[in-house]
Design a protein around this ligand. Structure first.
Ligand code: ADP
Length: 398
C-alpha cells in the first residue's frame, strides 16, 4: 500500500517536473522567438528608415532639377510630376495628379511620343515647340519602362531650350549677315578690277572714277571689319574699361566739332544744352563713352533733314545716374521698328543706310558699350518728325 502510495507520489512529482520542464522549454522557445521577432522588427525599421531616406533624397533631386519630369501609368494618367514640369507647363501638382497627360502638356506630339515609348518600351527624343502656357522650345525625352514599376509605365523628361535655340538663330543670322555685308563691297571691287583689266585702264577718266568707287568700297569693308571687331570684343567681355571722371558736356562738344563738315552740308543747328547745365562728371572709359555718342550723333546727322537741328541735354536721374539725350528733327522711326534698331545689322531702310555709309552696327555697339558701363540706352520717336536717343550712365563719385 505504502509502496503504491510512494509510486503514485513519485509519478505525480515526475509529472509536475515534466510540466515544469515543458513550461520552461516553451518559455525559452518563446523567448528565442521574441528575440528573433524583435531583431526582425529592428531590421524592418532600419530598412524602412533607409527607404525613407532614399525617397527623401530622390525627391530632393527631382525637385531641384531644372528639367520637368512627369511619370505616367499605362493609361497615361499622371502619377508623379516635379516642380520643373509645373514651371514648364504652367500647372500645379495638386490639380493635375491622376489627370491625363495631354491635359498637362497640351501638345499632341508630346502625348504621342509618350504613348509610343510606353507601347514599344523604348526611348524617344525630339525637339518640340509648345504654345501653352507660352511659346517655348522643349527638348523632350519619353521613356517606356520595361516592366510596370509601381504603376509607372512611362516617363517624360523635358528641358526648356528656348533661349539656346534663339541664340543659335541669332548666331546663324549673324554669320549670314556678316558674309553678305562683306560680300557686297568685295563683289563690287572685283567687278571694277575686271572692267579695268578688260581695257578701262587705258581710259584715264574712267579708271580714276572706278578707283574712287573701289576706294569707297574698301573703306566700307574697313568700317565693317572695325565695327565687327569692336562688337565681338565688347560681347566677349574682353574689354577692360579705364574708368575715370569724364566731363560729358565737354566731350560731346568735341565730338560735334568733329562732325562740322556733315553739319554744315545739311545746314543743321546743334544745341548742346549740357554746356549750360551744372551736371556732375560721369564715371566712364573716355574712348568707349565717346564711341557711344559718336554713333548717336552720326545717326542724328545722317537721318536728319536739311536745315534741321540737334538738341543735346543732360539731367541727373538720382544720386548715382545721369541721363543724356540726343534729339534730332529727322525722319523718325516707326513704333514697330524701335525695338529692333539695336539688333546687329538691323536697318529700317537698308539701301538708305548703305548709301549713307552705315554698317548697321552703330546702335548695337552703343547699346553694348552703355551696358558694360552699367548703363542703358533707349529710343523714342515721333515718326516722320524726330527721334530721341537717351543714354543713362553712372555718376563719378569720389
Ligand atoms: P547704321 O549704320 O545704319 O546707322 P545703326 O545701328 O546706327 O546702323 O542704326 C540702325 C538703324 O536705325 C539705321 O539704319 C536707321 O534705320 C535707324 N536709326 C538710327 N538712328 C536713327 C535716327 N536718329 N533717326 C532715324 N533712324 C535712325
Amino acid at each position: 500500500m505504502m509502496s503504491e502510495l510512494l509510486l503514485g507520489l513519485s509519478l505525480g512529482v515526475l509529472a509536475i517536473l515534466f510540466l515544469i520542464y515543458q513550461q520552461r522549454n516553451s518559455t525559452k522557445k518563446q523567448a528565442v522567438r521574441f528575440t528573433s521577432l524583435a531583431s526582425e522588427r529592428s531590421n524592418f525599421e532600419n530598412l524602412l528608415a533607409e527607404a525613407q531616406k532614399r525617397e527623401a533624397a530622390l525627391s530632393v533631386i527631382l525637385e531641384s532639377m531644372t528639367e520637368g519630369v512627369i511619370a505616367v501609368n499605362r493609361g497615361k494618367k499622371v502619377v508623379l510630376l516635379n516642380s520643373g514640369a509645373e514651371r514648364i507647363f504652367g500647372v500645379s501638382k495638386k490639380m493635375f495628379l491622376n489627370r491625363n497627360l495631354i491635359e498637362i502638356v497640351r501638345n499632341t506630339r508630346i502625348d504621342e511620343m509618350v504613348s509610343q515609348a510606353i507601347q514599344n518600351r523604348s526611348r524617344l527624343a525630339g525637339e518640340i515647340s509648345i504654345a501653352f502656357p507660352k511659346t517655348q522650345v522643349l527638348s523632350a525625352n519619353a521613356i517606356g519602362i520595361s516592366m510596370d514599376q509601381q504603376d509607372i509605365s512611362g516617363i517624360l523628361i523635358v528641358r526648356d531650350v528656348t533661349d539656346i535655340k534663339r541664340l543659335e538663330h541669332v548666331r546663324q543670322d549673324f554669320v549670314a549677315n556678316v558674309s553678305h555685308e562683306l560680300k557686297t563691297p568685295l563683289t563690287s571691287i572685283k567687278g571694277f578690277i575686271e572692267t579695268l583689266l578688260e581695257g578701262a585702264l587705258r581710259d584715264r577718266e574712267r579708271s580714276e572714277s572706278f578707283l574712287k568707287m573701289m576706294d569707297e568700297d574698301a573703306s566700307r569693308l574697313e568700317r565693317l571689319i572695325n565695327d565687327l571687331l569692336e562688337l565681338s570684343q565688347i560681347e566677349s567681355r574682353e574689354i577692360t574699361l579705364k574708368l575715370e571722371a569724364v566731363d560729358i558736356g565737354l566731350e560731346i562738344e568735341k565730338i560735334v566739332l568733329g562732325f562740322q563738315n556733315q553739319i554744315k552740308k545739311k545746314r543743321l543747328t546743334v544745341h548742346n544744352h549740357i554746356m549750360k547745365t551744372a551736371i556732375p562728371q560721369i564715371k566712364a572709359d573716355r574712348d568707349k563713352m565717346k564711341q557711344i555718342f559718336i554713333n548717336l550723333i552720326d545717326n542724328a546727322i545722317k537721318f536728319n533733314r536739311d536745315d534741321g537741328s540737334l538738341s543735346i541735354k543732360a539731367q541727373k536721374l538720382n544720386g548715382s545716374l545721369i541721363e543724356i539725350s540726343i534729339e534730332d528733327t529727322g525722319i523718325g522711326i516707326s513704333k514697330n521698328n524701335i525695338p529692333r534698331i539695336f539688333e546687329r545689322f538691323y536697318r529700317v531702310d537698308k539701301a538708305r543706310s548703305r548709301e549713307l555709309g552705315g554698317t548697321g552696327l552703330g546702335l548695337s555697339i552703343a547699346k553694348h558699350l552703355a551696358e558694360v558701363h552699367g548703363g542703358k540706352i533707349s529710343c523714342e520717336s515721333n515718326f516722320g518728325k524726330s527721334s530721341q536717343f537717351t543714354v543713362v550712365l553712372p555718376i563719378f563719385k569720389t
